[in-house]
Design a protein around this ligand. Structure first.
Ligand SMILES: [Mg+2]
Length: 303
């Protein structure tokens, strides 16, 4: 029988909490401005619905469980398309509607994703937003983390920056998993350890800039310098989200409040930070009100 490692489930649940928490803020900020965010008051009703980040992370974990860790790209592409067709109202990015519809209609994923954006491929943050549990899965082997993170990313995102972003998130989750039960890695060390395994890219430059930021850097300044996802690209999202996670590796609750304060693509920055932090901490320490407020996940293994 297939078992999903505890750290993988922890990462997935942390990702889902971050996604649902962040997504809930979009409407509040639009309607009421930032007063509630600054006061850290978040209504627990209506339900905090998770979005595409969680829907795709769940698909990815199921693929890992079935394949034993080696991604079957053809099957994964079809699974992403099927999850999309089942529920299209999960906040998918504009180009992903087209990609997933066409894959679902039977077009080869390689051609569909390579043809996006005039042949450059998408460099959106969608390959990264779902990648943390994969890092937890392969935590014992960082080469496998990088390889499998890139393989899952390529199924939807052709641009090397999108793939580097996915590798960065998976590596961070792997390092968080490896630190379970041990001392808390220092933020600069943690970020440098991610950067040194990345290909030359804007993502790597961003993670290096993040690693060098003074400890007392404000979240606003970091979000402005690194980018908090306003452009929804890998390089504009992942260095910031990892900087937030790396500073809160022992406190998921504080880490998510901190991450959301940088605004931008808040469901995805919080999903990434949540997936990384929870790979070390789990989600049990989150307030009971959060557990009650967040939309439950379907069973990870359906067989
Ligand atoms: Mg989303």
């Amino acid at each position: 029988m297939i078992t999903v490692p505890t750290a993988v489930l922890d990462s997935l649940y942390g990702l889902a909490f971050g996604d649902a928490f962040g997504d809930r803020w979009f409407g509040i900020l639009r309607r009421d401005g930032s007063a509630a965010l600054e006061a850290r008051t978040l209504p627990t009703e209506p339900l905090w619905r998770w979005s595409d980040d969680t829907a795709q992370a769940l698909v990815l974990v199921r693929e890992l469980a079935e394949s034993g860790g080696t991604i079957d790209q053809d099957r994964l592409a079809i699974r992403f398309a099927a999850a999309y067709a089942e529920d299209t109202h999960r906040g998918y990015g504009a180009s992903m509607h087209d990609v997933l519809r066409r894959i679902g209609a039977g077009e080869p994923w390689q051609e569909v994703v390579a043809g996006q954006f005039g042949g450059q491929g998408s460099w959106g943050n969608g390959a990264a937003m779902r990648a943390a549990p994969l890092g937890a899965w392969h935590a014992a082997d960082l080469d496998a983390v990088a390889e499998q993170a890139a393989r899952q990313g390529a199924v939807s995102h052709h641009h090397p920056e999108a793939v580097a972003a996915a590798v960065a998130v998976a590596l961070a989750a792997a390092l968080a998993t490896r630190s379970r039960g041990g001392h808390t890695p220092a933020r600069p060390d943690f970020l440098h350890a991610v950067a040194e395994r990345l290909p030359a890219s804007d993502v790597r430059s961003g993670v290096r800039v993040a690693a060098r930021m003074p400890e007392r850097t404000s979240v606003r300044h970091a979000a402005e310098v690194l980018g908090s996802g306003y452009r929804m690209s890998g390089p504009d999202t992942v260095p910031y989200a990892l900087w937030c996670a790396a500073g809160h590796l022992d406190d998921l609750h504080e880490g998510l409040w901190f991450t959301v304060a940088g605004r931008g693509d808040i469901d995805t920055t919080c999903a990434i930070a949540g997936g990384v932090i929870a790979a070390r901490t789990g989600v049990a320490a989150l307030p009971a009100a959060w557990h009650a407020a967040c939309e439950p996940l379907p069973p990870v293994l359906t067989d």
